[in-house]
Write a protein that binds this ligand. Structure first.
Ligand code: AMP
Ligand code: MG
Length: 488
């Protein structure tokens, strides 16, 4: 079931703009197999028409024909301000395949392009492709990426770059911004159609609730709270948490100036264009709550179908107020797991918070600190732990370590059991900006080998992968501050 809305005011039926002389830059074979695409020995589609279809040059292959591509309209709040109508300005939904909507990002101008050129550059397409698949492998709900095709077609950003198309997949690309759009347009019919579609296809358990629409809101809110807890736990900063970039399926969507934390800083800002730090790491939970409040406002007309105005608001308000608690519970569960703690103890919150404070103060690497803790054998002398050397303030580290060791004594599991859980929770490999940058620079010189290699490494982030240690090290000083902006 594709985009549920119909009519001129909801979407534009159009063909993607052709991408001249395309070639494969990246391809995810496992996902392709899931879609029923037959592959050759090199893991690329056997039918060369897939290259044309996923570049926006055709709709038909031997295996599948797309019939009615569309671009959809949505609105949104950008950096806290109402931005009015936005929409798929450079993404075209080809159609559905095996439970996924297939979208081409960077496939040309649509009715919603405003001043944009409808294109995406190779650089940002590689970042989106790799991060989508990295997040999926980390177990974080996300849109997926099937392929990148590139072209020599020039595209102007801060400098001259070249065009690429990234094929994105999701069970649905509906966003908070879609609800905001039709709420602002006072189109309760379209709000109802979207909500009914979500209930039927993505939130079936809510259908039997007293008020299915209120239950739907509660469920979207809960998924979003849990999603942001996962981001915090792997040190992922999204960068542009505008309400038009928030999925109503609780998926990470719209990879732009995102970043994984290297040196831990609570107030890390990954988006160079975010001058106020609105989307800094530690603000993400609060901002997602804010976005869900936008959704509540947009869903009000649906709740009012059952309750009168004031009551409807009260119900939504009560549901919205549950977000922080759901987030806190999910966050605590995530970080308990990161420390190998299975039993719940009232002091865990402060143990975790004091570790994060210590990591912040000593600016240690986020990913590697948790990975090193996972390798640490509590029966050995804590002072011989190589992690200790990473902390400038050794006394503070020793004191935290002592409270951690005391806490571990309450756990029933053996060291080996705990270690294997922690190693499956704390990744060794994440898409650090400088790694993505290396792959991008090679690709800009027509060498796509690093895109392929990074994809393979990131698809197995919890394994040791002997020989790949250089992909698990923090950035060299010169590459610590790569500037990533909204330009894409
Ligand atoms: P983003 O900041 O990437 O989430 O984009 C915000 C809005 O701008 C969305 O409606 C996009 O479709 C649109 N947009 C971004 N870049 C372009 C572009 N190069 N051409 C057309 N529309 C764009
Ligand atoms: Mg967007």
């Amino acid at each position: 079931m594709a985009f549920p809305l119909q009519g001129e005011e909801t979407c534009q039926h159009l063909l993607p703009s052709p991408l001249p002389n395309p070639y494969w830059v990246g391809f995810e074979s496992n996902l392709a197999k899931e879609l029923g695409i037959t592959l050759d020995a090199s893991g690329l589609p056997q039918d060369p028409r897939w290259l044309e279809v996923l570049s926006g040059n055709a709709l038909e292959t031997q295996e599948h024909t797309f019939v009615d591509p569309i671009a959809t309209v949505y609105s949104g709040h950008q950096f806290g301000m109402w931005a009015g109508q936005l929409g798929d300005g450079r993404a075209i939904l080809l159609g559905d395949l095996r439970g996924y909507e297939i979208q081409l990002k960077g496939s040309g101008i649509t009715r919603y392009s405003r001043m944009g050129d409808g294109r995406a550059v190779l650089r940002s397409s590689i970042r989106e492709f790799l991060c989508s698949e990295a997040m999926h492998a980390l177990g974080v709900p996300t849109t997926r990426a099937l392929a990148i095709t590139g072209s020599k077609k020039p595209v102007i950003r801060e400098s001259l770059e070249t065009a690429a198309v990234c094929t994105r997949l999701a069970p649905s690309f509906l966003r908070v911004g879609h609800f905001e759009h039709f709420a602002t347009a006072r189109s309760t019919v379209h709000l109802t159609t979207m909500a009914d579609y979500l209930l039927a296809h993505h939130y079936p358990v809510c259908q039997s609730a007293d008020d299915p629409y209120l239950a739907l809101f509660v469920a979207i809110s809960a998924r979003t709270a849990k999603l942001v807890a996962q981001w915090q736990a792997i040190g992922f900063c999204h960068g542009v948490l505008n309400s038009d970039n928030i999925s109503v399926l609780g998926l990470t969507i719209d990879y732009g100036p995102f970043g994984f934390l290297d040196r831990f800083q609570m107030d890390h800002i990954c988006n160079h264009s975010d001058n106020q730090g609105r989307y800094a790491y530690q603000r993400q939970p609060q901002i997602m709550h804010w976005n869900i409040a936008c959704l509540a406002g947009a869903m009000l007309p649906l709740i009012e179908q059952r309750y009168d105005g004031e009551n409807a608001q009260t119900h939504l308000q009560e549901a919205l107020e549950k977000f922080p608690e759901i987030y806190r519970t999910a966050w605590l569960a995530q970080f308990r797991a990161k420390l190998g703690l299975k039993i719940e103890n009232a002091g865990d919150m402060s143990l975790i918070e004091s570790l994060l404070k210590l990591m912040h103060g000593n600016r240690v690497d986020f990913t590697n600190t948790f990975r090193a803790l996972s390798h640490f054998d509590a029966s050995h002398n804590a002072k011989s732990n190589p992690l200790r050397d990473q902390f400038l303030n050794r006394d503070a580290f020793d004191s935290w370590m002592q409270s951690y060791l005391d806490r571990l004594k309450e756990e029933k599991s053996s060291h080996a059991e705990r270690q294997s859980h922690m190693l499956a929770t704390n990744p060794k490999f994440v898409l650090r900006n400088y790694l993505a940058q290396t792959a991008i620079e090679k690709a800009q010189n027509d060498d796509f080998s690093e895109v392929k290699r990074l994809l393979e490494i990131l698809q197995d982030p919890y394994s040791e992968q002997p020989g790949m240690d250089q992909y698990a090290v923090p950035p060299p000083a010169a590459l610590e501050q790569i500037e990533v902006s909204c330009s894409s």
